[in-house]
Design a protein around this ligand. Structure first.
Ligand code: SF4
Length: 306
C-alpha cells in the first residue's frame, strides 16, 4: 500500500506518465493529457462489452476518466480522451461512485484511463475499501505507463487490462505521438505481471485477479500485430490472457489526416491473425465476433452515474 501522506503533491510536478511534463497541475498548468488536479469523469455505469470474464452477467462497473496521456489519432473515445467531456469531482464523490457501482451489481470497478489521476484514484480506493468495497478493481490502460506510477498502485489493483498497441516506433510515433511506446509498454507489462502473476477466477468464470493484454488490430498493420502477439506470448506464455480485437471503427476525421486507416478490419485479416495465434500456441485468449464494430462499444458520455 502507498503512503498517502501528501500523495496529491505528485500533481505539482507531474511525472505520472512517460510524457514527464513536469507541470504544476495544482495551480492550473496543463500537460499533454490536459488533466487538472481533480478527476474529470464522463460516465460511471455498468458496461457489458468487456471480455466475458469481466462483464459477466451484470456488467463491469466502468468509470470513464477524461483526458489521456496517449491520445491516438484513431481514438474511439476521442470525446473524452481529448478532455472535452466530463465533470469535475472530488475524491469523496469518486469513492461514492465506486460504492454505487458495487451496489448496482457490478462484478468489478473498471478504471478506464485513470493513470493521470492516480493520486486521486488511490485516495478514493482507500476510502472505498474502508467503507466496505469488496469487488476487484480493474486498471484499464493504454499501456503507455510509468513503472513508478504502477508501483504506487500495488495492492489496489486486482486485474490489469493494458493495451499493447505497437512494437514499431514508426507506427507509435505516427498514430500515438510516442516513439517510445513499445519500450514503456514492455516495462509496464512486466510490472503488471509482477504484481498479478497468476489469473484467478471464481466459480462462475469471473476474473478476480490477473492480467489481460488487449491488442487492437489496425488496417495494414498486420506485421506489427504479429510482432506484438509474438512478444507477449514468448515473454509471458500462459501467465497472461491475450485479447485480440477487431472492433476498430474509423472516425470521420481520419479521411483527411490518415486516410490509410479509414476502413475496418476484414474477416480475412482477422481470421489470418487468429490462425497466427494458433501457430504461436496462444491458448489463453479472447477473440471478437464479426460485426462487433457495429455494436455499442462506445457508450454515451452523458455523465450517467457521475
Ligand atoms: S499525467 Fe499528464 S501532465 Fe502528468 S506527465 Fe503525463 S501527460 Fe504530463
Amino acid at each position: 500500500m502507498t503512503d498517502l501522506t501528501d500523495i496529491k503533491n505528485l500533481y505539482k510536478n507531474c511525472m505520472l506518465c512517460p510524457r514527464k511534463c513536469g507541470v504544476n497541475r495544482a495551480i492550473g498548468e496543463r500537460g499533454f493529457c490536459v488533466a487538472g488536479a481533480n478527476p474529470y469523469v464522463a460516465r460511471a455505469a455498468l458496461h457489458r462489452w468487456e471480455e466475458p470474464c469481466l462483464s459477466g452477467t451484470n456488467g463491469s462497473g466502468t468509470v470513464f476518466f477524461s483526458g489521456c496521456s496517449l491520445r491516438c489519432v484513431f481514438c474511439q473515445n476521442a470525446e473524452i480522451s481529448r478532455g472535452a467531456a466530463g465533470k469535475e469531482i472530488d475524491t469523496a464523490r469518486l469513492c461514492d461512485i465506486f460504492l454505487e457501482l458495487e451496489e448496482k451489481g457490478a462484478h468489478n470497478i473498471n478504471l478506464v484511463s485513470s493513470s493521470h489521476y492516480t493520486p486521486s484514484v488511490i485516495e478514493a480506493l482507500d476510502l472505498s475499501r474502508s467503507r466496505g468495497l469488496k469487488i476487484p478493481v480493474v486498471y484499464n490502460s493504454s499501456g503507455y505507463e510509468s513503472v513508478n506510477t504502477l508501483r504506487l498502485l500495488e495492492g489496489y489493483i486486482d486485474i490489469y487490462l493494458p493495451d499493447f498497441k505497437y512494437i514499431s516506433p514508426v507506427l507509435s510515433e505516427k498514430y500515438s505521438h510516442a516513439k517510445d511506446y513499445s519500450e514503456r509498454a514492455k516495462e509496464a507489462l512486466a510490472e503488471m505481471v509482477r504484481q498479478q502473476p497468476r489469473a484467478v477466477f471464481d466459480e462462475n468464470g469471473i476474473m478476480k485477479k490477473g492480467v489481460i493484454v488487449r491488442h487492437l488490430m489496425l488496417p495494414d498493420c498486420a506485421r506489427d500485430s504479429r510482432a506484438v502477439l509474438e512478444y507477449i506470448h514468448k515473454t509471458y506464455g500462459g501467465s497472461v490472457y491475450i485479447s485480440i480485437m477487431r472492433q476498430f471503427t474509423p472516425t470521420a476525421e481520419l479521411t483527411e489526416s490518415h486516410p490509410e486507416l479509414f476502413r475496418k478490419i476484414t474477416d480475412k485479416e482477422y481470421g489470418r491473425m487468429l490462425d497466427f495465434c494458433d501457430t504461436l500456441g496462444i491458448e489463453r485468449g479472447f477473440s471478437q465476433d464479426a460485426g462487433c464494430e457495429e455494436e455499442s462499444f462506445i457508450p454515451p458520455f452523458d455523465l450517467e452515474g457521475v
